[in-house]
Design a protein around this ligand. Structure first.
Ligand SMILES: NC(=O)c1ccc[n+]([C@@H]2O[C@H](COP(=O)([O-])OP(=O)(O)OC[C@H]3O[C@@H](n4cnc5c(N)ncnc54)[C@H](O)[C@@H]3O)[C@@H](O)[C@H]2O)c1
Length: 420
């Protein structure tokens, strides 16, 4: 009987509520995950998770330990508490990192120092050197780090990758991607951290499509230029609310990526997203076109509040994440978001169980072998196979704060970015 893996989620915000916790709860049902702990900056989000009607309905009888307690004064902040929680974990369990982008690095490193495998939401870190540091420390200790780029697990992406690697499209030459998140994001906790100095829509969501194009084509980006449009959040903080990035690849191909926090709340949504890629072949061209927004399902609800931003008429994406009836109690989460979380936590679980009972030297060798296999397979994003994303993030930040300046990615012994 395989031993379940204990999971600590650091961060109790939107992504934890909407994707991570439901998936982790379901994996608990199936025996992959054991005890669940969640640590947040303060009690507010933890109370909201405990009281969430949709989670209660889908996962009756399941719960988690909250750090701090959800009964704590929501005004008290606990920025360092996650360190204590990680230090108290049994070794080689799993830490799920789900906090604002700029904090990923310190939490991932803390998890590794405490001998924990990691699932980190995208982007892994903000700097390439940090990704290399994470990769090296994790490999040294035989710990798996998976980056949760769930678009890779969308069946259409997997289908495209297979056809691309079989040469059915030709070579990528010109493409366009879009991801515009809903307007209401502006009034969420985003306004506290989505400021011009820290991040922007290209880094926040454009990275999904940059990762995806590389996932499909295996081409490395070589140049980035991002221009942004600034605006104010309701609390007065200034952020880039829109961004347009141009990514050039080593073969000369170009991808234009448009992102923003501004899909109308009145729209059928829940956001706008798509990818189009044109490829050169012999005497003809190939093409990949994904409408990732409208997937052919429309719902109109009687009750306002069910749909995105309280809307009643919605385009439904049944592919990413949905709760559906199943053979067991409550509801089951399905979709590529869940496949992605299950692939990473499943790999961690497998490593734990295959290495169980082996002397440390053999266990470490086996763990490292599984890590390298995942790096090479490049289905799950790992620091080794996806750190070009950090180079793109670094280049994008340098570009956007300098009004869209061209920034080159230089590979070789010491990959780095260089402004023109
Ligand atoms: N499509 C995707 O892949 C996707 C979608 C949404 C978010 N994300 C990523 O998930 C991460 C979190 O996004 P979100 O939307 O959930 O943000 P959020 O602002 O809703 O939540 C952030 C959480 O981090 C917690 N936190 C902050 N500082 C902390 C500390 N010192 N210790 C413990 N907890 C702390 C807060 O309490 C909050 O619960 C971001 O990196 C984002 O890029 C990914």
């Amino acid at each position: 009987m395989a031993k379940p893996t204990g999971v600590t989620i650091v961060g109790g915000g939107m992504i934890t509520h909407d994707l991570l916790l439901p998936c982790v709860y379901h994996l608990q049902r199936t025996g992959v995950v054991g005890d669940i702990d969640i640590c947040a900056l303060d009690a507010g989000p933890l109370k909201a998770l405990k009281e969430s009607e949709s989670l209660r309905q889908a996962f009756p009888g399941q719960s988690f330990r909250a750090h701090p307690s959800e009964k704590e004064d929501p005004g008290r902040k606990f920025p360092e508490l996650y360190k204590k929680v990680l230090a108290s974990m049994a070794s080689r369990q799993a830490v799920v990192v789900a906090m604002p982008d700029p904090l990923h690095y310190e939490v991932v490193m803390e998890a590794l120092k405490n001998d924990q495998h990691v699932l980190c939401v995208k982007p892994l870190v903000m700097r390439y050197r940090q990704a290399v540091e994470v990769e090296k420390l994790a490999y040294k200790k035989g710990l798996f780090v998976g980056v949760e780029y769930h678009k890779r697990f969308d069946r259409r992406s997997l289908v495209a990758r297979r056809h691309y690697e079989l040469g059915h499209f030709g070579e990528f030459a010109m493409g366009e991607a879009k991801m515009i998140e809903p307007y209401y994001y502006r009034s969420s906790n985003f306004q506290n951290w989505f400021t011009c100095d820290k991040t922007d829509p290209f880094v926040y969501v454009g990275c999904h499509y940059v990762d995806l194009v590389q996932f499909i084509t295996r081409l490395r980006p070589s140049e980035v230029s991002v221009a942004g449009v600034k605006g104010k959040f309701p609390n007065g903080n200034e952020g880039y609310l829109w961004a347009n990035g141009r990514v050039t690849y080593e073969n000369g191909a170009i991808l234009s990526v448009t992102d923003g926090l501004g899909y109308p709340d009145d729209g059928a949504g829940s956001n706008e997203q798509c990818l189009m890629m044109f490829c050169e072949g012999k005497d003809r061209t190939g093409m990949i076109a994904h409408d990732d927004q409208f997937r052919g399902v429309e719902h109109s609800y009687l009750t306002p509040g069910i749909g995105c931003a309280g809307s009643v008429f919605n385009y439904i994406n049944p592919d990413f994440f949905r709760l559906v009836p199943w053979e067991g109690k409550g509801y089951k989460p399905v979709g590529y978001g869940c496949d992605s979380v299950a692939a990473i936590l499943g790999t961690i679980h497998r490593i734990g169980n295959e290495a169980e009972g082996l002397p440390e030297k053999k266990s470490l060798a086996l763990r490292r072998k599984i890590i390298r296999e995942a790096d090479e397979k490049a289905i799950i994003a790992t620091p080794a196979n996806s750190s070009t994303n950090e180079l793109v993030v670094e280049a994008a930040r340098l570009s956007i704060v300098n009004g869209g300046r061209r920034v080159r990615i230089v590979y070789g012994e010491d990959p780095h970015v260089e402004a023109d």
